[in-house]
Design a protein around this ligand. Structure first.
Ligand SMILES: Cc1ncc(C[n+]2csc(CCOP(=O)(O)OP(=O)(O)O)c2C)c(N)n1
Ligand code: SF4
Ligand SMILES: [Mg+2]
Length: 339
């Protein structure tokens, strides 16, 4: 993160790129679209007015403003470069935190959620944004996808589903469709594609959505605009949010091109009304699309959205734990409880 001080007025889109490294992704990599949607979402939230104050001011006055309701409302604790932690895994998408001007961490493969759990528990005033690939999330990290949401800690997790292990040169990944031929599976992989949305709903993620940043579809539907809106909703959602980004790896996955995505993306609303609060309806919707064959559709939009008592609400915690100063005696007493 840049150490240069910024004034509230100067926080804009360039601020989120200031001092960040130049992306090392291949030309045409879908991760560029995800990065751009993320920074635009941050820009919009940064400039949002709340409680009659800009979010920057709200950050500074967060404590008095938010005490009555607790810290479950991550939204407006202030979205600004110094209040955001972008938490990456390993893989091409895992490089993402280096390319944005926020605090950044890079965890071992599949382990961004344990870090988020610890940080989110202690610092609910921060906005935590996890980023990784389909392999990182649903292969080596799958145990955390299952366990993390049970803690009802407030984060947003963006997973790039390019359907390959991009960084390690294109092996099949949890997002790969059955029959995918790679160097490691020259006759086509017999493994079925995992249904990420269904897994997320079943495991208790309380905001579950899919995006695809691929321009305008044949029906003139703007996928980037939808992606930015969904990321904003996911960030604002007071609980574990997961967003699957259907994207391309032009280097190792020649089948999923932007044209392919534009042809197959259909917004959920186009199928008729959907109530995201209805978990059964959301699970049914998650099974509408079977992407084993090319002619099937890729639904984008919010599948599921529910409120659930948070970790901090349950424990009655109304201020970030690290802000609370304890003297030595108090700390000793607390530790002795675990002896
Ligand atoms: C413990 C461990 N096992 C294996 C690896 C090798 N490895 C690095 S990235 C990667 C796969 C990344 O695929 P994905 O998460 O889909 O990200 P992408 O590169 O496609 O964005 C693997 C297997 C590793 N870094 N650490
Ligand atoms: S290998 Fe694929 S996922 Fe990785 S940077 Fe290149 S295009 Fe992107
Ligand atoms: Mg991948």
């Amino acid at each position: 993160m840049s150490t240069k001080q910024t004034t509230p007025a100067s926080i804009s889109l360039p601020t989120y790129k200031e001092g960040a490294a130049n992306p090392q992704w291949c030309p045409g990599c879908g991760d560029f679209g995800a990065l751009s949607a993320y920074t635009e979402a941050l820009r919009d939230l940064t400039n949002q007015e709340l409680f009659g104050k800009s979010s920057w001011e709200a950050y500074r006055f967060a404590k008095p403003l938010l005490l009555p309701d607790g810290y479950c409302q991550k939204t407006f604790l202030g979205v600004a470069p110094h209040t955001i932690v972008t938490d990456g895994g390993i893989g091409c998408m895992g490089q993402f935190p280096q390319y944005v001007n926020t605090y950044a961490v890079k965890m071992p493969h599949g382990r961004l959620l344990p870090f988020a759990a610890g940080l989110g528990a202690m610092r609910p005033d921060l906005m935590i944004f996890g980023v990784g690939g389909d392999g990182d999330g649903f292969a080596i990290g799958a145990g955390h996808i299952a366990n993390f949401p049970a803690w009802t800690i407030n984060i947003t997790y963006l997973i790039a589903n390019n359907r390959v292990y991009g960084l390690t040169k294109g092996q099949t990944a949890p997002g790969s469709v059955r029959g995918t031929a790679t160097k490691g599976t020259p006759y086509g992989s017999p493994r079925h594609q995992q249904n990420f949305i269904d897994i997320a709903i079943a495991n208790g993620w309380t905001f579950v959505a899919r995006i695809a940043v691929c321009g305008k579809t044949k029906d003139d539907f703007d996928t980037k605009k939808q992606a930015v809106e969904i990321l904003k909703q996911a960030i604002v959602h007071p609980g574990p949010s997961i967003v699957i980004d259907e994207t391309e790896c032009p280097t190792y996955n020649k089948e999923i091109t932007p044209e392919y995505l534009r042809e197959h993306v259909v917004p959920i609303d186009a199928l008729g009304p959907h109530n995201p609060a209805d978990q059964n309806a959301a699970s049914r919707l998650a099974r509408v699309e079977i992407k084993e064959k090319k002619e099937n559709i890729i639904l984008t939009g919010v599948y599921y959205h529910a409120e659930r008592e948070s970790f901090h609400q349950y424990l009655g915690i109304t201020e970030p734990l690290l802000f609370k100063r304890r003297n030595r005696e108090e700390a000793k007493k607390l530790l002795n409880k675990f002896a």
